[in-house]
Design a binder for this molecule. Sequence first.
Ligand SMILES: [Zn+2]
Length: 319
Amino acid sequence: MATRRAFLGTTLALALDAWRPATAAGTRVVLDRLQPGIYVARAANAEATRANAGAVVPSLVHVTRAGVLVVDPGPQAAWGGALLGAIRALTTQPVRWVVNTHAHPEHVLANTAFAGLRPRPQFLASAATAALMRQRCEACLASLSAQLGPAAVRGTAIVLPEPALQDGAWLHTGDTAWRVQVHAPAHSASDTVLYAPQRRLLCAGGLAYRERVPEMQEASLQGWRQALRQLTTLPADTVVATATGTPAQTLVPTLAYLDALANGIGAALAAGHDANQAADAVAAGPFRHWRHFPTRHPLNLQRAWRQLEDAWMQGEPPA
Ligand SMILES: [Zn+2]
């Protein structure tokens, strides 16, 4: 385990820094092996932009004798097609399961690349994620197209998952059993986690970040903190989320950032300060070097302030 941790901490991080995602025209997906049968797609540890064509999610691929599991296939058809090509280079096993952890476009719109496979894989999500995707995937695709440019999303059609993943259930893929957790709301309205205890592996979707300021546009600050407090109690060596790393590199710092928001703003509200003082209230020093700090952190301050102020008005003590 120690060597695996060292690998994640150094070699993989360096490799990721050196790697630049291709544009839609020449999309290439590289799968890095994490464990026997478990791979993650190299992706930019960044927010989706035109330059990275939305290739910002390290899709997890699990090759078993009973078929292949893909968790969060990515942002668009070209990436999904290239991911499928990389899977084909590893195995002739059919893709049997595609899991969507939450309804954010860069995680799920590459479903389209797997929908034409025969036999057709099962597309799986929590009931809330499936409902949300049904409700808004068209709008998400339009906004992703505006964000990345129409060329990047060419050929991307909406493929909806079944509302089949329930909190506390198990998903069996070959010899591996994944415990399903559904946290709602947390990073988004509903975030699904897959946890394989015997592999000490946690697939945490949008719930964990690494050296990057979390995106809280649809987040519940308190719900997300609660989810992370639970996840940090699980025996795990590796977390695959918006980046890959150990729990200490992903879950712990993400929770520390959210705690800093909650504690700083809670104290400022108790002292009768107003929202203009939010930036001074939060001890953000440890997070200043994280990616997207100048743009993302001020938005998070606003959102966290609004949520905690509402709770405060309703008589809930700041947690
Ligand atoms: Zn997300």
